[in-house]
Design a protein around this ligand. Structure first.
Ligand code: KG4
Ligand code: ZN
Length: 357
């Protein structure tokens, strides 16, 4: 019989994604439509705008993924769609579309938790067994969890305020990096990484890393953002710099904020590793740290995490960058994982109707 095949639909934030993945992890077809350029111009995501853009692209994206796969909707085993968490208005578009297809083709529905999908993506490319430690860092997420099974997670910590990608995006905005000739089309985090290569860190004496005395694995980034804003203000005042002249010291500020974000991420992850060892939550040998989310594509952060995993005898695993950020493949793959684990799938989508109205 034909291997099981799942269509995945993702619209939780600002990417419209769809993909067809089979039981062996082969990606048969995928399509992705990013709204990043639009949101870069407005300096952040306006939910109603995001919803409108999802509405405009969802049909084309799903069709492209299906036709690239050569699989007809009738041949699908099930349809998986992100149902939470995310922007309500954005989620609704993918969910309404998934539910419409489920009813039209009489297919089972697999509701997907976006964070579960991020955590499982690594198993599409690396044969890593449960349990493993996951660090999710993006513009909207920041958490440390132990993945114990396809739908079994132990939350160790999360950000008490903003996510690190958000901190980097806000710093990039404060530095007007969209006007920088080299960075105009980059996300905030990419722009910071790019500029930081040519910068030298400013002194940050007097700034203590957040939560140093909290014996947990939570994060906090708002303090360091305030600190970075103070540094920028100081530059503006002391050196009499105007808005557009800030670009000349942007590299040094970028190097500074990237370094502070990295230090904090590494320290909290180190706490999580020690906690897992103490409690015996992971295998005593060859335990893995999986790092995913848009911020995980940052090479400076990856190098720092590599030093940590080398020192603690963990294996560092990162999905390829295009799978770290939001996409349809991870949703379809999560659907396959749920099918393979024999988890319940829905043969009626009644319960989700309220979310589509
Ligand atoms: O996973 P993602 O595409 O969307 C969510 O936030 O869910 O991640 C986007 C975030 C943005 O904040 C962006 O600035 C950040 O990831 N990012 C980076 C890099 N590339 C993207 N941050 C640091 N370094 C990068 N190279
Ligand atoms: Zn995400």
């Amino acid at each position: 019989s034909l291997a099981r095949v799942v269509l995945g639909i993702e619209t939780s934030c600002d990417d419209t994604g769809a993909a067809v993945v089979d039981e062996t992890g082969q990606v048969l077809g995928e399509a992705l439509c990013s709204q990043k350029e639009v949101h870069l111009k407005t300096g952040g995501i306006v939910p109603t705008v995001a919803q409108q853009l999802h509405r405009e692209s969802i049909d084309g994206v799903v069709h492209d993924a299906l036709s690239a796969s050569g699989i007809s909707p009738e041949e699908l085993t099930a349809i998986a769609t992100t149902v939470k968490p995310g922007l309500g208005l954005s989620l609704k578009v993918g969910l309404a579309y998934g539910v419409k297809m489920v009813n039209q083709y009489k297919k089972p529905f697999i509701p997907i938790h976006h964070m579960e999908a991020h955590a499982l993506t690594i198993r599409l490319t690396n044969p890593v067994e449960f349990p493993f430690l996951v660090l999710l860092i993006s513009g909207g997420h920041c958490m440390l969890v132990v993945a114990r099974g396809v739908s079994d997670y132990l939350m160790l910590g999360q950000s008490l305020d903003e996510a690190p990608g958000d901190t980097l995006d806000k710093a990039a905005r404060r530095l007007y990096l969209v006007r920088h000739p080299e960075c105009s089309t980059m996300s905030g985090g990419q722009a910071i990484e790019h500029l930081a290569q040519h910068g030298s860190r400013l002194h940050t004496e007097g700034f203590n890393l957040p939560m140093a005395h909290y014996p947990d694995c939570n994060f906090s980034f708002s303090g360091m953002r305030a600190h970075i804003n103070r540094l920028i203000l100081q530059k503006e005042k002391e050196e009499g710099l105007q808005e557009d002249q800030l670009l000349c010291c942007a590299a040094d500020i970028a190097a500074t904020v990237q370094h502070l974000v990295t230090l904090h991420i590494v320290k909290r992850t180190h706490r999580a590793i020690l906690f897992c060892k103490k409690e015996g939550l992971l295998p005593p040998k060859n335990a893995s740290l999986v790092v995913s989310g848009g911020v995980a594509s940052n090479q400076y952060i990856r190098r720092a995490l590599r030093t940590l995993t080398d020192a603690t005898e963990f294996t560092l695993l990162c999905p390829p960058s295009r799978l770290c950020t939001d996409n349809g493949i991870m949703i379809a793959w999560n659907g396959i994982e749920r099918l393979r684990a024999g988890l319940e799938i829905l043969h009626t989508v009644e319960g989700f109707r309220y979310m589509t109205k």
